[in-house]
Design a protein around this ligand. Structure first.
Ligand code: EPZ
Length: 463
């Protein structure tokens, strides 16, 4: 198993080009099931998750080709075929295979999806997806490995009890070719949902309200949508991840081809309160850029994650890691995770590097000490992996990070991008040496998923 080795303690400088958004790419690939024509997607990030999604779509009969670097062309001209024995693994490691249900059912009256994989950051039930599709008229069967749905969809009014990103995307795509009007209230407002709506509109879908809490869709009554060309929006989570890397190490990075600053308004407001400068920089003829600079003091601030436009849960782990490098004179801070019930698995790895952090329920209590010491750590999920990269870049000495398959799901050309900023990072081909100290006393740290039945959630009534 390969691992990363990082020699920490160097300031970052230079420029990083931001790729297309993974969390827009996956639902928009699924939306191609609605189209009877050619869907051309540009600025597609080359990631494990993109490849997995493309493989799963091919398994149901779609044709997908990378016609140019980061440009995919997709067609779905025939009704979908059932997954063959053994093909389930194609989507096993991603959660977004479940996003086939809405578009496939809406256009063909039948749909099948693998039970999801993805990061272990909580129970991640599908009750809101199933509830909404049932309200639209679907009959749903959940088997050992698959979910199967049948029925002609009839638009209706739906109110989501929580702005689930995936459920919002699934139901929007289901409504796009349903019969009649669907009014979706309490819908997610994430920029990736907005980008999906832009792509659906380019395919001829009739919808309005994206970015607000209510979207109204006029269905095409089973007619396929048209072909279209769409450029994926830049990845705001990659943007925030690199901004936190330079915040932790110190230095100045120009992030190029970034999303609109407003897509990360709350995140940047937290970063500026830490003493980090965030300035728009428009090079002539170049795409939009943001210069992130941290040269003086680095203060620690508390945060609470929330659905958009709140602080993104996908930047919580990276922010927590960066806080370990805040000035030791900073007051202790509290990081509250309100979206997922098990998204602190990076804490015990940060503790191996010397972090003074404890966990009580969904709150991590952290006392900044002005730095950490390199260690051998193991990634646990996609965003936790990048938090360990940040810690390794800023720590004293050498850090190795194993279980890199998590990282490769969501960050394109990571080593190349970070090396170009002056860091010493390399991917080693064999098992990481083990300097691992005895497991830290993590009784207070182990964030066990709360004991609850699928569908129940701290804030969600069972739907
Ligand atoms: C999307 O996941 C993203 N993934 C996640 O990014 C992101 O963290 C999340 O939205 C929140 O912003 C993609 O877009 C591919 P949710 P999703 O449905 O759709 C509960 C990354 O690192 N819930 O908004 O799965 C759920 O358990 C990934 O890039 C239900 O209870 O997130 C969670 O606690 C990680 N029932 C909360 O809602 C449901 O039916 C938010 O989940 C669905 C969700």
């Amino acid at each position: 198993m390969s691992f990363l080795r990082i020699e920490g303690g160097r300031n970052l400088s230079g420029r990083v080009s931001i790729a297309g958004a993974k969390n827009a790419t996956l639902p928009i690939l699924a939306s191609g099931l609605l189209s009877g024509g050619l869907l051309r997607l540009e600025n597609v990030p080359r990631l494990e998750d993109t490849a997995a999604m493309a493989g799963a779509l091919r398994a149901v009969g779609a044709s997908i080709e990378e016609v140019l670097p980061n440009v995919l062309e997709m067609r779905m001209e025939q009704p979908p075929r059932p997954l063959q024995e053994g093909e389930e693994s194609l989507a096993r490691n991603i959660r977004t295979g479940v996003l086939f249900l809405g578009p496939m059912l809406s256009r063909f009256g039948w749909a099948q999806a693998c039970l999801p994989g993805g990061c272990r950051i909580g129970a991640r039930p599908l009750d809101l997806h199933i509830w909404g599709l049932s309200k639209l008229g679907a009959t749903i069967h959940i088997g050992e490995k698959h979910i199967e749905a049948r029925g002609r969809l009839q638009g209706c009014d739906l109110r989501l009890p929580f702005p689930s990103v995936g459920a919002s995307e699934n139901l929007l795509m289901a409504a796009a070719s349903a019969r009649g009007t669907t009014r979706l209230r309490g819908v997610a407002r994430e920029p990736e949902v907005v980008d999906l709506c832009r792509c659906l509109r380019a395919m001829g879908a009739r919808l309005e309200g994206e970015g607000s809490a209510e979207i109204v869709v006029e269905g095409s009554d089973g007619e396929p949508l048209e072909g279209a060309s769409h450029r994926l929006l830049p990845d705001r989570i990659e943007t925030g991840s690199y901004a936190l890397a330079v915040a932790a190490t110190g230095g100045s990075l120009l992030l190029c081809d970034t999303p609109p600053r407003c897509d990360l308004a709350v995140f940047f407001e937290h970063l500026q309160r830490c003493g980090v400068a965030v300035e728009e920089e428009q090079e002539e003829g170049q795409q939009r850029g943001l210069r992130i600079t941290r040269e003086g003091g680095f203060s620690a601030v508390s945060l609470t994650t929330a659905p958009h436009p709140g602080f993104p849960t996908d930047l919580q782990a990276q922010f927590t890691a960066a806080m370990c490098f805040a000035d030791a004179t900073s007051d202790p801070v509290v990081v509250t995770e309100s979206v997922f019930e098990n998204r602190f698995m990076h804490l015990q790895e940060l503790q191996r590097m010397g972090a003074a952090v404890t966990l009580e329920g969904c709150r991590a209590h952290l006392s900044p000490q002005g730095g950490l010491t390199g260690a051998d750590v193991t990634a646990s999920d996609l965003r936790a992996s990048f938090s360990l990269v940040i810690a390794g870049l800023a720590a004293r000495g050498t850090t190795t990070i194993s279980a890199l398959h998590h990282l490769d799901r969501g960050y394109e050309r990571l080593e190349a991008k970070i090396s170009s900023c002056g860091a010493q990072i390399e991917r080693m081909p064999s098992a990481a040496p083990s300097r691992r100290r005895a497991k830290p006393s993590i009784a207070a740290l182990s964030a066990r998923p709360s004991e609850k039945k699928p569908g129940e959630h701290p804030w969600l009534p069972a739907c």
